[in-house]
Write a protein that binds this ligand. Sequence first.
Ligand code: VGL
Ligand code: ZN
Length: 199
Amino acid sequence: MTEKSALIVIDMQNDFCPGGALAVSGGNDIVAGINALMPAFDAVILSQDWHPAGHSSFASSHPGAAPMSVIEMPYGPQVLWPDHCIQGSHGAAFHPDLRIDGDLIIRKGFNPAIDSYSAFFENDHTTPTGLEGYLRTRGINAITLVGLALDFCVNYSAVDGAQLGFDVTVRPDLCRAIDFDGSRDAALSAMKKAGVTLA
Ligand code: VGL
Ligand code: ZN
């Protein structure tokens, strides 16, 4: 079978870059490299973290809870984040230097009661975002992931993609990690175990 490949650019948004509400160190350093990679793919897809105000993943929605603490949600443990990527805000907008002339923008995290790290499924691991159907109906079987954050949204998207049967590559050089409580190393192991190529 001939490979048809998509570049999936994860959450390259102002809030995940230095100066943003959930800044990932060095997040802005990867924009030029990501732009330069785009022409090599049959399709370019951008994901956009897109939360309503008062989202259940925000510490501010849980009285007394500190940002970066973990609570138990009906779908499992959930890190409580600072308010970030609120729909329509400057923080939710893409980094101003990112090329956004790709084929598809897939938004996630808009359900007030469920977070969505993965670009394929919400954090209940069952509610699809529609990305799988888009890729399959376009005949795309290989995906390369870059962006933010390596240990959360890139990791969950890569593992889900591999479990769905896509040929998944992650470019850690074009990702940056939050690295909270060993999450970067844990994510690299989880991706390897799932059969993701770390190139
Ligand atoms: C992300 C935490 C919360 C990410 C999104 O893009 O990795 N992390 N929302
Ligand atoms: Zn989020």
